[in-house]
Design a protein around this ligand. Structure first.
Ligand code: FAD
Length: 479
């Protein structure tokens, strides 16, 4: 497949619109069915809208491939048109992409590549680049299997997995990225490759937690786990109990065994009609999670939390497919802003700082101030793991606000930063990039050796820096 190239040495570089037009023509000339939306076309604004609708991303052109071949055509056409390429599944983490210069970028939105097939005997799911967790979990559950999904049914499997992936199975089973069996992707030169332990092993290493800097993934193969049912649920207290529940939970969390993973949220619920009447407009404390063990063991592990007399206790044995909605994350397009950091410990002073910054009396605008319990298998380097073997902190602190207007977004950003700043004394400034919806240095997420290795892989597969990621691995410092 060949493409005409734009630009001749010594002549003025073509404008963004000219390059976008060349790109559209090149895609059409290859007989590709991909939809192309150039800036200014009537369909452009709809096509560029990410899941996080508070984010205004303005690429030169948006392309919606229908097949892996369409992706290869789009990448080659971008190259021939002098454009760079950014892949996006849903746009849950569009924030740090949109603040980059996208005026010469083709945004490849993969939503239509949403095939999911389950090989029950091999316990492997083959997942197209546009698939969201709900469809994978639903398909796997027909065989009594599940995957290491996140807290939201409509987060994209690919972005989640490339970034790490942690939720209620993590302390028992580790990060989702290390359950990756193989990936199919289109590299910056337009070639299609497969990466696994046996094929392109360095690339396979980088894809497991190194993010989206290495090409456009067209499909992933993920390990599935035999888990037809799970002990999972939520404990809920009135906001007035925030102080004693948070102190007690944090102390309990550091000694809990690996088979239980929970998170605690201080929730500031709006008076929305979709909420059950007893929750509308209330401040509450919620602890949710799962136990990968027997009902008896779950009861034993939950006893110290139940002793705090929650007003609601939904823990019980549920189909594993229900766990994807356990956290009640917002589904569909949502405007939000957030901030997060990994912390090493949460002694009493740290809990007091969280309460002062985001507790019920703080006046915060945050919808949720969340503390995720890490440690266990998610805190230990995974044997034979990829670039992200574990998360380097015992807790992840995260603040999120709904942001329907720029003014509300600014206030939410301030309040999320206030929460994160409050726990900085107990943090080494390490971050988990998938939970970072703002520009964040890659040095805060990987150690030096890992970052050097990630950059080496990127240099090998993308010497021209054609691929644009939300969280790029960055450039080596000049010697
Ligand atoms: C409501 C909500 C709940 C969440 N829950 C969890 C959770 O429980 N646990 C957790 O670990 N994280 C969670 N996250 C974070 C989530 O994992 C990241 O936002 C992740 O990047 C989302 O992936 P996506 O594909 O949906 O997003 P996108 O914004 O579409 O993609 C993010 C990035 O991934 C890369 N990427 C996506 N698709 C491709 C592709 N085909 N090829 C190459 N690169 C690609 C790109 O660099 C892209 O910029 C949550 C986020 C939100 C907003």
């Amino acid at each position: 497949m060949t493409f005409p190239t734009t630009g001749t040495p010594g002549t003025t570089a073509p404008s963004r619109d000219a390059r976008a037009a060349t790109f559209a023509a090149a895609v059409a000339a290859q007989g590709s069915d991909a939809s192309v939306h150039t800036a200014g076309s009537p369909t452009y604004d709809g096509a560029r809208l990410p899941w996080n609708v508070a984010v205004d991303q303005r690429p030169a052109v948006v392309v919606e491939p229908r097949t892996a071949d369409d992706v290869a055509v789009a990448v080659r056409a971008a190259r021939a048109s002098g454009l760079r390429v950014a892949a996006q599944g849903t746009g849950h983490n569009a924030g740090p992409l949109a603040v980059q210069d996208l005026s010469d970028v083709v945004l490849v939105r993969t939503g239509a590549l949403d095939d999911v097939t389950i090989d029950a005997a091999a316990r492997v799911a083959r997942v197209g680049a546009g698939a969201v967790w709900e469809s994978v979990i639903e398909a796997a559950s027909r065989y009594g299997l599940t995957a290491l999904h996140g807290s939201s049914p409509d987060v994209g499997v690919v972005g989640y997995t490339l970034g790490g992936g942690t939720f209620v199975y993590s302390r028992a089973l580790g990060l989702a990225c290390n359950s990756l069996v193989a990936a199919e992707l289109v590299l910056a030169d337009g070639s299609a490759v497969r990466a696994s332990a046996d094929e392109n092993p360095e690339l396979f290493w980088a894809l497991r937690g190194g993010g989206g800097s290495f090409g456009v993934v067209t499909a992933l193969e993920l390990e599935l786990f035999e888990l037809p049912t799970v002990q999972a649920g939520m404990l809920l207290w009135d906001g007035s109990r925030a102080d004693d529940v948070l102190h007690a939970w944090a102390a309990w969390a550091t000694t809990a065994p690996d088979e239980i993973t929970t998170s605690l949220r201080l929730l500031n619920l709006p008076p929305l009609p979709d909420l059950p009447p007893f929750l509308r407009g209330r401040k509450v404390v919620a602890v949710d999670g799962a136990v990968l063990d027997s009902d008896e063991r779950a009861a034993e592990l939950l006893a110290p939390l139940r002793a705090l007399e929650p007003e609601l206790d939904t823990f019980g044995r549920v189909p594993a497919s229900a766990v994807v909605r356990l956290h009640m994350d917002p589904e569909g397009p949502t405007p939000s802003v957030s901030d997060s950091v990994l912390v090493d410990e949460l002694p009493d002073d740290a809990i007091d700082a969280i309460l002062e910054a985001a507790g019920p009396e703080s006046g915060t605008s945050l919808l949720a101030a969340e503390v995720r319990q890490l440690g266990g298998a998610v805190g230990r380097p995974a044997p034979d793991g990829g670039a992200l073997t574990h998360l380097d902190g015992d807790f992840l602190v995260f603040g999120v606000a709904v942001a329907p207007t720029p003014e509300v977004a600014a206030r939410g950003r301030e309040d999320a930063a206030r929460l994160v700043d409050a726990v900085r004394p107990w943090s080494r400034g390490r971050t988990y990039l998938s939970f970072s919806e703002v520009t964040t240095a890659s040095t805060s997420a990987y150690d030096d050796a890992t970052l050097t290795r990630l950059r080496d892989v990127r240099d090998a597969v993308d010497p021209e820096r054609r691929i644009v990621a939300n969280h790029p691995v960055g450039e080596r410092r000049a010697a």
